[in-house]
Design a protein around this ligand. Structure first.
Ligand SMILES: Cc1cc2nc3c(=O)[nH]c(=O)nc-3n(C[C@H](O)[C@H](O)[C@H](O)COP(=O)(O)O)c2cc1C
Length: 223
C-alpha cells in the first residue's frame, strides 16, 4: 500500500474518533447524563419496586423500636438525625421548629416520666424533643401547619435512624396539654416552644420486624 493511502486512512480514523467524542459530549449536555443527573432524575419505573430500591426498602422496613442496648450515639450521629429532620418540607418553607437533644441519663430518665408512652426513653441512648417554634408559625388560618411541618421532620428522623442501623420510636406529646406542660416545665423550654413529640433513639436491643400495613381498600382511584 502506498504511503499516502496509509496516511489517508489514519486521518480518516482520527476524524471519525473526533466526531464520535463530540456526539457523546452533546448527548450528555442535552440529556443531562453524568453524575448530577444520575442523582437527581427519577429512577426508571422498573427500579421503583421496594425490594430493589434502597430508599423504598428503608421506608417499608422501618418499625418502632422501644428496647435499646447501652451503646451511646456520637454527636455526629445526633447531628445527622437532626439534619434529616430539617430536610423535611414545610408550609411556606417556614421551618417552624426547634430540636432539643438529650443524652444525659438523668435527663432521659426525667423525660421518660413525661407521659405513659415515653417510658422507653429511659433506656434509650438519646432523645430528640421535636418542638414547634411559634415565632416562626404562619399567621392566621395557616398557624396549625406547624404540626404537619414538625410531623414531617419527625418521620424523617425515624427514617434516618433506621437507615443508620439505629432504632427509634415517636412518643406523642402535643396535643395532650398535661404532657406539653410537663416537658416544658421539666426542661425549662422557652414559651414559644411547643413540644410535639419525643423521639427515643439508640441501638436496637433485638431484631424487630415491620408491620404489613398495605391495605388496598384504603386506596381509591378517583375517576
Ligand atoms: C402521633 C404518634 C404518637 C405516638 N405515641 C407513642 C407513644 O407515646 N409511645 C409509643 O411507644 N409509641 C408511640 N407511637 C408509635 C406508634 O405506636 C407506632 O408507630 C405504631 O404502633 C405503628 O408501629 P410501627 O411504628 O412499628 O410501624 C406514636 C406514633 C405517632 C405517629
Amino acid at each position: 500500500m502506498k504511503k499516502s493511502n496509509i496516511l489517508n486512512i489514519i486521518l480518516g480514523l482520527a476524524v471519525l474518533a473526533l466526531a464520535w467524542r463530540v456526539a457523546v459530549k452533546e448527548d450528555k449536555n442535552t440529556t443531562g447524563a453524568g453524575f448530577h443527573a444520575a442523582t437527581t432524575t427519577a429512577p426508571a419505573a422498573t427500579d421503583t419496586a421496594s425490594d430493589s430500591n434502597p430508599a423504598l426498602q428503608n421506608i417499608m422496613t422501618r418499625h418502632s423500636v422501644r428496647q435499646f442496648t447501652d451503646k451511646k450515639l456520637t454527636d455526629d450521629q445526633l447531628t445527622t438525625l437532626v439534619k434529616a429532620g430539617m430536610a423535611a418540607p414545610t408550609a411556606m418553607d417556614k421551618r417552624p421548629w426547634s430540636f432539643q437533644t438529650v443524652t444525659d441519663p438523668e435527663l432521659l430518665s426525667m423525660l421518660s416520666e413525661a407521659a405513659p408512652g415515653t417510658k422507653h426513653v429511659a433506656g434509650a441512648a438519646a432523645a430528640i424533643i421535636v418542638c414547634g417554634d411559634s415565632n416562626d408559625f404562619i399567621e392566621g388560618e395557616g398557624r396549625d401547619f406547624w404540626i404537619q411541618d414538625c410531623s414531617a421532620a419527625s418521620e424523617n428522623i425515624l427514617l434516618a435512624a433506621h437507615a443508620m442501623g439505629l432504632g427509634a420510636v415517636w412518643c406523642g406529646i402535643y396535643p395532650q396539654q398535661e404532657r406539653v406542660s410537663k416537658v416544658r416545665g421539666d426542661f425549662e423550654l422557652e414559651e414559644n416552644l411547643i413540644p410535639l413529640c419525643v423521639i427515643a433513639v439508640g441501638y436496637p436491643a433485638q431484631k424487630g420486624s415491620p408491620k404489613d400495613k398495605w391495605n388496598p381498600d384504603k386506596m381509591r382511584k378517583l375517576e
